[in-house]
Ligand binder design. Structure first.
Ligand SMILES: Nc1ncnc2c1ncn2[C@@H]1O[C@H](COP(=O)(O)OP(=O)(O)OP(=O)(O)O)[C@@H](O)[C@H]1O
Ligand SMILES: N[C@@H](Cc1ccc(O)cc1)C(=O)O
Length: 673
């Protein structure tokens, strides 16, 4: 293994089977290393080799310091903070392995819901810690395993997940995990962890390998030696077969799939450790067998990977996070606290942690924050002087929101709480400050990306150009810009086009998130990019994603929503509608005036009012004037006391400002600003 920048770099972890060092020329220099592994081949040169050697030397030095007690073993820290429930492998062996070797670790999540929840943070935290301490750390999304569904501890099979839901969930979780990794980086900087050349983290999807894995390879490498006895004796299998609704072959093979994932990453990325919630213990133990069996069944002696205490896979489970009634926090229960701010707002997430009891707050600080234990002790000391102030709870809430949504969000949310409850909040070690605006002119990042799912009508998706769709989805500021993005291939569509089904229809692969640059295509071609016939994923830049569910035109109309560029929603059309409504007496002058004067953009958008720039400012100006005049007349007839000149002047000033604004816009457009 050990190839490509940043893969495992400790000397102990370099795979002996795959490193063929060749001296390129007589005279002994320079040395190029040829790496061949699972179909991938690459060369690397002396500079890269020097970095690998340096990283290995640093690791050896760290191991020595741990031995002398100068720094703490990461494993001991896990135990001390309460992360370790059950281990697969002895404590002593894992401890020594983690000291000597820069082993990689992973935890997996099946995208069976559209968001992560706080229960997921439990196995994720040790993964994040490992990254900060220099171990390769992987988070896996089970695009393939979710199609089967983990049967662990269930008596009744899961309802099969719909293709469109799977795509939606995995896209959302992918971006959520990426955002959280950025927040982990932020926390690492905040806590002065040094970022090393060898640091490595990843979000992977097991569909990447499962979609191209021949069944015969699994049967040969694993199936021949895997015994039925241990598989049948698992509690889940026994219980589901005797007390539940029986077990399908696919469910039965689920732990083997999970084990194969591990093998894939073990052999390709040096992932030697798996971490999961306590329900994952059985799958982790089976996974260890799978990895060893597949590894030892390598038919080519040149490619055989070594076994033994320093090379065998190990794993552990974290305790289960439960609510105050002792019920597991999970997506299948109705107590979930989500990490998607559109499902559980940052304010509510903060509030949830502020409400934790004094008995559990210290334990939660150890599990959910990166605060050193001395800081936690100090915070508890301050807390205990006046528990009613909930200092420890606020610290916990601040840190969790910072991890889930970033430091800006944590500051903003804590200040909101302060304002809402009118009480000064003390958070040890934190000076609350208003975050700089996340939307005004600052580039879009994963932390400030808008809600990524939306609906748009069929007539737009299937009938209009891709430029128009990009505008409607808020990825372009006009149809023209949308066309420009498409012609410059600066926007992307999710999925791999051109996959053909048996009946020769083109379909999208739904369990893998890939992007293809958008070209200017004919309107009818957009259909080829629809996932499950109704979802379109678009992206501009790195973080600007839209998952668009196509709804029928009737459903769209009934929703009362509008999209930018929607025919009939321009300023002119809206002014005309208002005029008609005024003349027909369907709207009072007061209502029309309120609509015209409402300068709150969100409110306007909510009520479907004028909000998009119109292409004909002169006509808008004329019509606005006419409408104002008629409102004025009607109000006069109604005997509205205008306090004459004051209001009239106000209206006129408003109209003048509006005209000036429109003129400015027009001139900006003309000059191409
Ligand atoms: N409340 C929790 N406490 C600790 N770990 C958890 C909790 N909920 C989930 N996990 C762990 O997170 C990982 C991913 O879990 P999974 O995707 O199965 O979510 P889940 O919420 O447990 O789903 P479900 O309720 O559908 O089984 C697993 O290792 C699981 O054990
Ligand atoms: N089985 C795990 C998810 C998972 C999937 C694939 C893996 O390789 C690892 C973990 C769960 O349901 O919680």
């Amino acid at each position: 293994m050990a190839f490509g920048p940043g893969t495992l770099l400790s000397r102990g972890s370099v795979c002996r089977r795959c490193l063929l060092t060749m001296k390129s020329m007589a005279g002994g220099s320079p040395i190029y290393t040829y790496v061949q592994q699972r179909g991938k081949k690459s060369w690397y040169g002396p500079k890269y080799q020097a970095k690998i050697d340096q990283a290995a030397a640093e690791w050896d030095e760290r191991a020595e310091k741990i031995k002398k007690g100068e720094i703490q073993n990461t494993w001991d820290m896990f135990v001390e903070r309460g992360f370790v429930k059950d281990t697969a492998g002895s404590h002593g062996a894992i401890r020594e392995l983690m000291r000597q070797k820069r082993i990689g670790a992973y935890t997996g999540i099946d995208p069976t819901a559209s968001s992560l929840h706080i229960g997921h943070l439990l196995p994720l935290m040790p993964i994040f810690w490992m990254y900060m301490h220099g171990y390769p750390a992987y988070t896996l999304i089970g695009g393939a395993t979710a199609k089967i569904g983990d049967p662990t501890d269930r008596l009744v099979s899961r309802t099969p997940i719909k293709r469109i839901d799977l795509t939606m969930n995995l896209t959302k979780i992918h971006y959520q995990l990426k955002a959280m990794w950025m927040n982990v980086e932020e926390q690492a900087r905040r806590r002065n962890f040094e970022k090393k050349w060898s640091s490595r983290r990843a979000v992977v999807n097991n569909s990447t390998w499962w979609n191209s894995l021949p069944m015969i390879e699994v049967l040969k490498r694993l199936g021949d030696s895997m015994r039925m006895g241990p598989l049948l004796s698992r509690d889940t299998v026994k219980n589901k077969m005797s007390k539940g609704d029986g077990m399908s072959f696919a469910e039965f093979t689920y732990p083997l799939m999970q084990g194969w994932d591990w093998w894939h990453m073990y052999s390709a990325n040096g992932i030697q450790m798996q971490i999961g919630g306590s329900d994952q213990y059985g799958n982790i133990v089976t996974g260890i067998d799978v990895v060893k069996i597949v590894r030892d069944n390598e038919p080519d002696p040149q490619h055989k990977m070594p076994g033994g205490p320093m090379d065998d896979p190990v794993g552990f489970t974290v305790p289960l996070l439960t609510d105050s009634a002792g019920v597991k926090f999970g997506k299948s229960a109705d107590n979930a606290i989500w990490l998607d701010k559109f499902k559980t707002s940052e304010f509510d997430l903060y509030g949830y942690f502020v409400r934790r009891s004094d008995d559990e707050v210290e334990k939660l600080l150890k599990l959910f924050t990166f605060l050193p234990l001395e800081n936690i002790d100090e915070a508890m000391r301050i807390h205990n002087q006046n528990p009613a102030e909930r200092v420890a709870q606020h610290l916990l809430a601040f840190e969790v929101v910072a991890l889930a949504h970033g430091m800006n969000a944590a500051n903003r949310t804590a200040l909101n709480h302060q304002q809402m409850y009118g009480k000064e909040i003390t958070i040890p070690g934190v000076t609350l400050k208003l975050p700089k605006s996340e939307t005004d002119g600052t580039p879009l990042t994963l932390a400030n990306a808008p809600q990524i799912d939306m609906q748009l009508p069929e007539s737009l998706i299937l009938g209009k150009s891709i430029g128009r769709i990009l505008y409607a989805a808020g990825l372009a500021s006009s149809t023209t810009e949308g066309h420009r993005l498409a012609s410059q291939q600066a926007a992307y569509v999710g999925g791999m086009p051109g996959h053909k089904r048996f009946d020769d229809q083109k379909v999208m692969e739904h369990s893998l998130l890939t992007f293809t640059p958008i070209r200017l295509w004919y309107a009818q071609e957009t259909r080829n990019y629809l996932i499950d016939g109704k979802m379109l994923i678009l992206r501009k830049g790195k973080h600007n994603i839209r998952m668009i569910e196509m709804v029928s035109d009737e459903e769209w109309k009934a929703s009362g929503k509008t999209y930018p560029g929607e025919p009939g929603t321009g300023a002119l059309r809206q002014l005309r509608d208002q005029l008609k409504a005024l003349r027909a007496g369907r709207m009072t002058p007061e209502e029309v005036r309120a609509n015209l004067k409402d300068d709150n953009e969100d409110e306007k958008a909510r009520r479907g009012l004028i909000k998009f720039p119109d292409s004909n400012p002169i006509a808008v100006r004329k019509l606005t004037k006419q409408l104002m005049g008629e409102i004025w007349e009607q109000e006069k007839e109604l005997g509205v006391d205008h306090e004459e000149d004051y209001f009239k002047a106000d209206d006129e000033q408003w109209a003048a400002e509006e005209i000036e604004r429109l003129d400015d816009e027009k001139s900006e457009e003309k000059h191409g600003w």
